[in-house]
Design a protein around this ligand. Structure first.
Ligand code: AHR
Length: 501
């Protein structure tokens, strides 16, 4: 039997709900069609936001949404997206497919979407091709509750009261598409730009996020932390967060591999590359610790997920990909890693929410499917706002190639406000089930419930077969005297909820 150890008496940190955040970009069919269809669409909508998608995202308790990009953010000029829609500028989306962007989804629409979702807002500003003044005025337009030309303009455009901007990113990937800057240059510019992001509300401070490294660029982290971290308590320094981008890409850029048609070698390689997230977070955290030993600055993994070749026959600039049980495992592994690092990781945003990379929903006309990744977020939602507790699981290596073996199991466990222990487990083995004996140290348990998502590694949902992959109740689980016993099937993600007394 494989041993799972859980000690609810040892609390390891608070799991910020935003660890399960999402990312929306003006890319392909993410915003237009995926989230926003316009008020005059035949597709059911409220103020242009499609109802089916909003309901699905609310069900999985979306905590925060990032917008407008991505690479798009550093070419986005917010004034193009306000005012009467027919007068808004039309432009070419140079990054993504060269299509016409009509700016019908702008600041007001994004805030309306967050309102409908009941989630926090994370706006990414334009440092690459925008000015300090433009960025500063955007904050003023959105958040000033007084008299100023920009607050007045917001009111003229129909929004009397200011909005709350929860998170604000100063540029995106400024080492690449956001201006090809060197870390010293970016860090100095960051200090300047952030100076003019005023907190107009007495009750709320905007959480300011500096552009962080591309994957394992540890020098970037070191220089930005050294230059921008100012140790004077939360909300008084120059920065509250540092971003990190890391995608799981199984092959070279020209041939990343199909999202659905893959073999066991590619499956295990994908999982192995996903597990690299653990090393990345540990090493970046160690560098941040040099300057910020009290963990005032959050690591914000605001782009992560699988990046495969686009679906055959679709626009290569739209990055539309399908989503299988393999994606479910990648989501489960990453979310377990983020939980375990919740003392440093304060937010993470999977890319992208609809119709792009590792999306939770896919749409086609009026149809929508929930992907396997959706079902993982829907199971993991119980970790939001809970306390991480000490846990570990015995592992063995599985795989088909000597160099690409992976541990068979990953886990994380939290205790929520109602005394429920939430245990999430992934079984990475495509072939083998494991008998698990879970020991809950010094815990009085009342009842147990479980859910499972499992299938063949290539299984996925289509518009003709939307429920092929879905969570099922899992009743074959015993709980007695603080011992849990069950068998986790191959390639599966599980949620076990134990009510303690
Ligand atoms: O998610 C697609 C792109 O990947 C984003 O726009 C960019 O930030 C990253 O390179």
């Amino acid at each position: 039997m494989t041993k799972l150890y859980i000690n609810p008496n040892r609390k390891k940190g608070h799991i910020n709900p935003e660890i399960q955040g999402h990312f929306s970009e003006h890319l392909g069919r993410c915003i237009y069609e995926g989230l926003y269809v316009g008020e005059n669409s035949d597709i059911p909508n409220v103020n242009g936001m499609r109802t089916d998608v909003v309901e699905a995202l609310k069900e999985m308790r979306i905590p925060v949404l990032r917008w407008p990009g991505g690479c798009f953010a550093d070419e986005y000029h917010w004034k193009d997206g306000i005012g009467k829609k027919e007068k808004r500028k039309k432009m070419i989306n140079t990054h993504w497919g060269g299509v016409v962007e009509d700016n019908s989804f702008g600041t007001h629409e994004f805030m309306e979407l967050c309102r409908q979702l009941g989630c926090k807002s994370y706006i990414n500003g334009n440092m690459g091709s925008g000015t300090v003044r433009e960025m500063s005025e955007w904050i003023e337009y959105m958040t000033l509750d007084g008299v100023s030309p920009l607050a007045d303009l917001r009111k003229e455009n129909g929004q009397e009261k200011p909005w709350k901007v929860d998170y604000f990113g100063v540029g995106n990937e400024n080492w690449g598409c956001g201006g090809n800057m060197l870390p010293e240059y970016y860090a100095n510019e960051y200090r300047r730009y952030q100076t003019y992001l005023r907190n107009y509300s007495k009750d709320h401070s905007i959480f300011k996020i500096a552009c962080g490294p591309n994957s394992g660029d540890y020098e970037w982290t070191d220089i930005v932390m050294k230059t921008c971290f100012k140790n004077c308590g939360p909300n008084h320094g120059f920065m509250n967060g540092l971003s990190l981008h890391y995608y799981t890409v199984p092959g070279p850029w020209e041939n990343k591999g199909s999202a659905t048609d893959f073999d066991l070698e590619s499956y295990y390689l994908t999982l192995k590359k996903t597990l690299f997230m653990e090393e990345l977070i540990s090493r970046h955290t160690a560098i941040m610790d040099k300057y910020d030993k009290d963990h005032e600055v959050g690591l914000i993994v605001d782009e992560w997920g699988n990046w495969f070749d686009v679906e055959p026959g679709t626009n290569p600039g739209f990055l539309y990909q399908q989503n299988t049980i393999r994606d479910a495992l990648v989501a489960g592994i990453n979310l377990n890693i983020f939980n375990k690092h919740c003392d440093r990781v304060k937010m993470a945003n999977i890319a992208q929410i609809a119709n792009v990379l590792q999306s939770v929903v896919l749409t086609e006309g009026e149809k929508m499917v929930k992907t396997p990744t959706y079902h993982v977020f829907n199971m993991y939602k119980y970790h939001q706002d809970a306390e991480l507790v000490e846990s570990s699981v015995e592992t063995e290596l599985v795989g088909v190639e000597k160099d690409n073996m992976v541990p068979n199991l990953t886990e994380s466990v939290s205790l929520d406000k109602d005394g429920v222990l939430n245990i999430t487990l992934t079984n990475l083995s495509a072939e083998k089930a494991y008998d698990i004996r879970g020991v809950l140290v010094d815990t009085n348990c009342k009842s147990v419930q479980a859910k499972i998502l499992s299938g063949k590694i290539n299984d996925h949902n289509t518009f003709d077969d939307p429920m092929r992959v879905k969570t099922e109740e899992f009743s074959d689980i015993n709980l007695a005297g603080g011992i849990l016993e069950f068998t986790i099937p191959s390639s599966s993600v599980m949620l076990i909820r134990v009510q303690t007394v």
